[in-house]
Design a protein around this ligand. Structure first.
Ligand SMILES: C[S@@+](CC[C@H](N)C(=O)[O-])C[C@H]1O[C@@H](n2cnc3c(N)ncnc32)[C@H](O)[C@@H]1O
Length: 216
């Protein structure tokens, strides 16, 4: 299986944390408050599993999927060191498109996952993720904000391009403008229930979008 993070995966979590002055880890876990112990969560492109581990500590049944064996190795190393895990976690080293558990999950989280796909592919990925959510369940996207107009927008674009230039040079991630993640969530059949922003010096840089899948 292709492992695009073989050489850079080790530093991924640490660098994201430092780069965002701690805002990215907060963004990843913020919507877990909508889950209860015993519910089912799928984390797509789980990486080092910050939110997956936090959810398992809450007693949520987590399935973490990642194409990169390196990323899952780091997730498992963190999991082994963590205390207070209250529910089992299933880690699957596979392409998310091979996960066909239609309407199985109370929540599907895609944190900094949709941004690895090019514009021509990202709708298909978001729509696939939404098929895994139960009717009435949640589809959560944590990402770089859509740039605003004016000077704030320039800084938001700079923040995105610094990150994507590094990762498109070293991984399979595609170089593209910031996707409109709110549009993607709506387009996948979800209503947006809540959006939380994560800021540095008052500037919105990351957002977590809580989509609720329409009931059947
Ligand atoms: C930018 S990283 C984000 C990791 C993590 N969600 C985070 O926020 O730290 C994207 C992750 O998605 C994984 N990935 C990329 N394409 C994938 C696919 N088709 N199926 C499953 N995982 C994939 C990569 O291996 C990588 O771990």
């Amino acid at each position: 299986m292709k492992d695009g993070y073989k050489w850079v995966g080790f530093q991924y979590e640490f660098t994201g944390n430092i780069y965002s002055l701690g805002q990215i880890p907060k963004c990843k876990s913020t919507m877990l408050k909508y889950l209860k112990p015993g519910q089912k969560l799928l984390v797509a492109g789980a990486g080092h599993g910050t939110e997956a581990i936090r959810a398992a500590q809450m007693g949520v049944n987590v399935t973490a999927v990642d194409l990169s064996a390196t990323m899952l190795k780091h997730l498992n190393a963190r999991l082994d060191k963590c205390s207070g895990i209250k529910a089992p976690m299933t880690c699957i080293n596979d392409d998310i498109f091979n996960i066909q558990d239609t309407e199985k999950y109370d929540m599907v989280i895609a944190n900094f996952f949709l941004n690895v796909f090019p514009e021509k592919r990202v709708d298909e990925v978001a729509n696939h993720l939404a098929t895994l959510v139960k009717p009435g369940g949640y589809f959560v996207v944590g990402e770089f904000v859509l740039p605003e107009k004016g000077f704030a927008g320039l800084l938001q674009k700079l923040n995105w391009y610094l990150a994507i230039l590094m990762y498109s040079a070293t991984t399979e991630a595609a170089l593209h403008p910031v996707h409109d993640y709110a549009r993607l969530v709506r387009g996948s059949g979800c209503d947006i229930e809540s959006i939380e922003y994560f800021r540095i010096m008052g500037l919105n840089l990351y957002w977590s979008i809580l989509g609720k899948k329409k009931s059947a």
